[in-house]
Ligand binder design. Structure first.
Ligand SMILES: Cc1ncc(COP(=O)(O)O)c(C=O)c1O
Length: 464
């Protein structure tokens, strides 16, 4: 019972458990029986007994140095982050800088050779057709492959529900336009991928930031409280692997999330861009699979797994399909046929799945190396995430280090990072940064981490 209360977050890590007497009354058992159960949980490291105070739920024993839990803010905010995002974008893409600021894991197991071969064949076999305008909602051969992959995950969808987009970013933009109007409130993650923060600003939406647990994704208890207090029109959440925390929401919680939202007729826009880059035993089942009312819109892409420059993404828009297709047509007519053809071929040959296995293996190796390097370079003051997927680490550097200043200083040393404050619609995460481990590991990367550690140390000592 205690474990299911913890799972449902009716008791939070660090909180006191009901007393032996209260628990015995509630369960209609004797006090010694409850005591025995509490002691068994203590033996398993799940609760802790404090003298004269009672029993308390443990924080995750495995990873006490993970970033701290954010607070649920009192109200939604009008988003105003574009100027900062623009400034950071320039820095992140600075030529020759070591690109720790870009979440791009493609270089870790390059796809350029295999895609070049497919592209040559595409031009030879279907060149005429592929340089023309294509079907507005995408190439059938690619949509078929996407539907087949979902079927393998246990999700049956109709090809008509799939709309091919220009990356996941366009899918998210279409989804938001389909279900909100300017002035509406949307719930976003905290910390949240800055592309979503920027979208909210562009569409004139207010955002309420819902804290994300570094291990399990969105805190459902905080979301429930926010839903009770505010008129939330839609939620945009990474339902499997989050960016920047790299948390992995277990299937049971994902099912609870969908039920919680559909009970209140709130739309869930699930961002599943990192879904295939999981380090757990199995891939998370998309939230779409748990929907009873058709209020889940799934957005994803091949940007993190095959070729970001191809700009091929998709959405599964369920009951919003017709509206989504109209918006797609108005926005960009259709997406590149050539790139869709190449990806359909990559998927149907089995090459894509083989490639994913290799990418996941290398990302796990790099994650571990980078966590180790960060701990050495930054010392005990750093709290670092332990991602269960994706390609980025989230570092909380403590109150004496300003992430934006570190970003500037790092750029002067030829290193790009992403300052933490970009991942908030308000002013959170000023002491945080995000760095990518999705690039081939070499001495220059190792040196870059050391340099970042020195720059942070200089700030702590008041020298920067
Ligand atoms: C969480 C998340 N969602 C969406 C996107 C946008 O993906 P795409 O490049 O396919 O537009 C990104 C890109 O970094 C991302 O990290």
């Amino acid at each position: 019972m205690i474990l299911s209360m913890a799972e449902q977050e009716s008791i939070l890590p660090g909180e006191k458990l009901p007393s032996l007497r209260v628990m015995a009354q509630n369960l209609n058992v004797s006090i010694p029986t409850v005591k025995q159960a509490y002691q068994a949980l203590e033996d398993q490291g799940k609760v802790i007994a404090k003298e004269k105070s009672g029993y308390f739920l443990c924080h995750r024993a495995s990873h006490n140095d993970s970033p701290k839990r954010a607070r649920l803010p009192a109200k939604p905010v009008v988003v105003n982050k574009q100027a900062l995002i623009e400034q950071v974008y320039k820095g992140i893409h600075q030529p020759h800088a070591i690109p720790l600021g870009i979440a791009n894991p493609i270089a870790i197991a390059g796809t350029e050779q295999v895609l070049a071969k497919i592209m040559r064949r595409a031009m030879k076999e279907a060149g005429n057709e592929l340089i023309n305008y294509g079907p507005m909602d995408g190439l059938d051969s690619l949509k078929k492959q996407i539907v087949r992959r979902y079927l393998d995950m246990g999700l049956a969808i109709d090809m008509d529900e799939v709309v091919i987009t220009n990356g996941a970013q366009e899918a998210l933009a279409i989804a938001l336009q389909a279900v909100t109007k300017p002035g509406d409130v949307i719930a976003i993650e905290s910390p949240c991928y800055f592309g979503i923060v920027e979208l909210a600003e562009n569409l004139g939406l207010k955002a309420i930031e819902i804290p994300v647990c570094p291990d399990d994704g969105i805190w459902l208890s905080d979301l429930e409280r926010a839903l009770e207090k505010h008129d939330i029109r839609a939620c945009v959440f990474s339902t499997s692997i989050s960016n920047p925390l790299g948390s992995f929401m277990p299937d049971t919680r994902r099912a609870q999330l969908v039920a919680l939202l559909e009970q209140r007729d709130v739309v869930l826009i699930e961002d599943d861009v990192y879904g295939d880059l999981y380090f757990t035993e199995q891939r998370g089942i998309p939230a779409q699979a748990f929907s009873q009312k058709g209020l889940v819109i799934t957005c994803a892409s091949f940007s993190k797994t095959a070729a970001p420059s191809y700009r091929v993404g998709w959405m599964v828009a369920s009951q919003f399909s017709a509206k989504a297709k109209r918006i797609k047509r108005a926005l960009s007519c259709s997406s590149s046929l050539m790139n869709q053809w190449a990806l359909a071929d990559f998927l149907s040959s089995g090459g894509y799945e083989r490639h994913l296995k290799l990418v996941r293996k290398r990302l796990i190796e790099n994650r571990d190396r980078m966590i180790q390097a960060v701990n050495v370079a930054f010392g005990s003051e750093v709290r670092v995430s332990r991602p269960q997927g994706g390609c980025v680490l989230w570092l909380d550097l403590g109150k004496h280090v300003d992430g934006a200043l570190l970003f500037q200083k790092a750029l002067e040393c030829g290193i790009s990072i992403t300052p933490g404050t970009l991942f908030s619609a308000s002013k959170k995460y000023q002491n945080c940064i995000r760095i990518s481990y999705g690039l081939p590991w070499d001495a220059s990367v190792e040196q870059a981490i050391k340099t970042l550690g020195e720059l942070a140390d200089a700030q702590r000592k008041g020298l920067a």
